[in-house]
Design a protein around this ligand. Structure first.
Ligand SMILES: [Zn+2]
Length: 371
């Protein structure tokens, strides 16, 4: 017989980025419809980090909008919506150590894997979940209420598990299920034809490229055309498809919030590699595809470079944009790289585009590089 203590060790999240170790958090006495589970193991994952950053702003941390009585919720001390401190941790295996008299489906001594997601209990913009608006398992004992953990079709969110498997192996079911699901789910593979598309470019984009894209994958109802400088002014979660031409990690990070629910972010690197450095903000859109309605004027930041080519390349002097230079690079000799680099405002990003043969800020031209 397990002796249940009055207090326990717990890790609580009390605000954005504010974790607190509480050595004396109360162990709740189960109400009539509640069970108390002793935590055997808890895994932490990237979802916990998102909650850590967002806290009350997280879509799963707001109040239950429907699906369970407000009166019932008031009887659940583990229900912690909004600004209330919560306990993170949703990858867990528990053993029930105590149960209220109204509990019908679970029993003391039984071992369960916790299914986290309460999809029939919506929040304002997502669903309720264990470890979010209901306290999770980064503590020694968790309280669970049958009125919350039982789906309308009768399925319980406590999945019985055998004794001969380790708790840590069992708790990995949750992240593994996410991986499986990512492969099983059929993603949309075309542009959403009745949706809205955002196009952002930091490399040279030819109108024909977009015309070709639409011919193959469908043309969205509404198209917004922006330079990377104009991303911030756009509303969040507003686009079904985002097509980004470029390889600047910062820009991609700024684009993520603009992608709507079930939206797709398409990255067209154009042969350029992502690096830690930012690529030149050339915003090279100069011409909109035909049928385009008044694109905003591009930011005039494209760098133009004039340089002399060896005679075998034809005209001796050329002017090209730094973006186009990257595409030419493979057919030039290293000596030409070096000369071109010396004429560019020497940005590391430009060196990355041209290849390791570029002088960059420090490296000498290498005779063999044509990357
Ligand atoms: Zn997880």
């Amino acid at each position: 017989m397990t002796t249940i203590p009055q207090t326990q060790h717990a890790v609580q999240l009390v605000g954005p980025d504010q974790l607190q170790f509480n050595p004396s958090k109360a162990v709740f006495e189960p109400g009539p419809f509640q069970v108390l589970g002793q935590v055997e193991v808890v895994g932490l994952c990237f979802s916990d980090l998102k909650l850590l950053k967002q806290f009350s702003g997280h879509a799963r941390k707001s109040g239950v909008a429907s699906g369970v009585d407000a009166q019932a919720l008031a009887q659940m001390p583990n229900y912690v919506p909004g600004d209330k401190p919560t306990v993170p941790g949703h990858e867990t295996v528990i053993r029930i150590v105590s149960a209220g008299p109204g509990v019908t489906r679970h029993h003391v001594g039984a071992r369960y894997l916790v299914q986290t997601d309460y999809r029939w209990l919506p929040t304002a913009s997502s669903a309720s979940a264990f470890g979010y608006n209901f306290e999770g398992a980064l503590q020694e004992y968790v309280l669970l209420d049958e009125r919350v953990i039982t789906a309308p079709d009768g399925e319980s969110m406590l999945i019985p598990v055998p004794e001969d498997l380790s708790a840590s192996a069992l708790a990995l079911c949750e992240p593994w299920a996410c991986v499986e699901d990512a492969y099983v789910e059929r993603q949309r593979r075309t542009l959403k034809t009745d949706g809205s598309l955002l196009v952002v470019g930091e490399t040279d984009v030819k109108p024909a490229q977009l015309t070709n894209l639409f011919a193959r994958y469908g043309k969205p109802a509404k198209i917004t055309w922006k330079t990377s400088a104009g991303i911030e002014e756009l509303p969040d979660a507003a686009f079904d498809d985002v097509v980004y031409f470029g390889a600047n990690a910062d820009t991609v990070a700024r684009l993520f919030p603009k992608v709507g629910v079930r939206g797709l972010l398409n990255i067209v690197r154009g042969g350029v590699r992502f690096g830690k450095q930012s690529s030149p903000k050339s915003d090279a859109f100069t011409t909109a595809p035909s049928g385009w309605s008044a694109p905003p004027a591009p930011t005039p930041q494209t760098r133009w470079v004039t340089f002399r080519l060896p005679p075998r390349y034809g005209p001796t002097t050329r002017s090209i944009s730094s973006g186009r230079l990257a595409r030419w690079a493979p057919c030039m000799s290293s000596a030409t790289f070096a000369r071109v680099c010396l004429m560019l405002p020497c940005s590391r990003a430009t060196s990355a585009k041209i290849g390791s043969g570029c002088c960059g800020n420090s490296r000498r031209p290498s005779p063999r590089s044509t990357t």
